[in-house]
Design a protein around this ligand. Sequence first.
Ligand code: GTP
Ligand code: MN
Ligand code: MN
Length: 614
Amino acid sequence: TVFTPALAPVETGTVPTAGTEASAPLENLRAWVDSIAALTQPDEIVWCDGSARQSYELTKQMVDEGKLIKLNPEWRPNSYLARSAPSDVARVESRTFICSEKEEDAGPTNNWQDPESMRSELGVVFSGSMRGRTMYVVPFSMGAVGGPLSQLGVQITDSAYAVLSMGIMTRTTDKVLDLIADGVPWVKTVHSVGAPLLPGDEDVAWPCNGTKYIVQFPEAREVWSYGSGYGGNALLAKKCFALRIASVIGRDEGWLAEHMLLVRIISPEGKKYHVAAAFPSACGKTNLAMLRPTIPGWQVETLGDDIVWLRPGEDGRMWAINPEAGFFGVAPGTGESTNVTAVETLWGNTIFTNVALRDDGDVWWEGLTDKAPAHLIDWEGNDWTPDSGRPAAHPNSRFTVAAAQCPSIAGDWEDAVPLDAVLFGGRRATNVPLVVEATDWTHGVFMGATISSEKTAAAEGTVGELRRDPFAMLPFCGYNMADYWAHWLKVGQQLRFDRAPRIFQVNWFRKDSDGSFLWPGFGENSRVLEWIVRRIEGQVPAQETAAGRIPVLEDLNRDGIDVSDEALEALFAIDPESWLAEADLTEEFFDTFGSKVPPALRAELSSLRYRLSH
Ligand code: GTP
Ligand code: MN
Ligand code: MN
């Protein structure tokens, strides 16, 4: 449906608050759409239905406008390259706000501003922000449409790139409107690239604005994003809704929204296990989600690579879904030797952003092949040769592709699955063993709360240079992180103790004194998964250490890999001194949350110190 809205005078001062009174939910939705149109003044409004025809037409239009480059269909059918503005290549944490009514509900790790003053600031920037452009209304479902753990949303956007990407990453369908009409709640999300066009203005390939706002209103369940076209800022269903807003809905309703991958492991005996894992950005979720086991008889099926929603079931187990419908993965480092499944997933029907263009009309990025092509057009559109001295693809260049296209996707990946294990990890050159099992749920929550990660390989080991990233949720938790820990403890109590997922900490990134990785990683991580399954089955004992339960070293399957006994010892070494030093940092970190830190986690810290010094 295309129609031209009556242009109301620009409303300045404030953006509308949620919950405009209307008799029926669909009228409520239409009234909201009209109010956004009145504010932003687009030339026209298009309601999106997620149909192949609509995305075909939108794609064609973007190619004609020079906003997408059509790749050579011989190599990469129905695939496109987008080049962003050089200033708009990543999430902008400094411009991300949690505007809860009370500041303490945002907590010390989020930027807070009071909702009223934020709404009036947004009112100014959004006024007329879509002039000369089309406003798209995108109804979407996170999780299967009508599924028990699913949530609905609507994104308004003036970016065709966002519409196409949302079509891959979510279930965009007008069936969502039927559910809204039935009274199912939905989340309001508004996005503008902030680049209005006046008559006669020439558009650019990637419109955006130097001023950016990524704003969550947790109580109102609303997202407002301005000035950026980049995925994490513009595909509002993903980080903004499925993590920040959903974590708040989960707090209020008794479930969890997590920055996790989700896989099914099938043992040689044919038994199935479901594992979710939280690692910070660029620490290997997409890799582990698509893992190809190197040990005979084991299989891994992919269910999700970035976000998982968890809810305790009446059976006392934790049930999990991947609310997304696609992968928005980091391209560099994705190659035959690291993640062949991802490479195969990307055969076609993919939007690439900020990768390099080959002379034959295909794409390339660092790590796709060992040797770079002799000539490329880099992500900024300039000529590139291997001696250019700069990367051809942006380090945060991405692919957007449907999950269903992944060769390892589970046949029933849209259904909820019962969880057997939760893994927490980060990039740690020192201290953290390859795998440690928590002694119980509370200890596991302590592990999650104290995750930290090193940014680079340089200067590893100095504990002062750790970035704390509790539950890999630092940039994504929509409320006070300490309340979030308390919520994890509370949700754990809903589980039957013998049916709760076991919690483990893993670290693929430990290094020797020369700075080389002690563990081969990637497909070989299946050996760690095997041990985890053996533990769940009670088939192997564990060694108690101050840090938790580690394998009896002979139990870790090393058949066919070259990991020496010394390397294995080093992978599991726990040095009390550096652990105690880190415990001091944990205490400092906890102190930033004041009295909100759950006493149970303070107690975990004390008993860790006790174990380390006795
Ligand atoms: P987001 O999508 O940004 O949330 O990140 P992600 O967690 O999905 O990260 P991704 O899987 O894209 O991480 C990629 C980086 O981790 C690359 O540099 C990989 O080479 C590296 N990596 C992944 N698994 C392993 C491993 O087992 N060992 C080593 N050494 N590196 C790994
Ligand atoms: Mn992520
Ligand atoms: Mn990923």
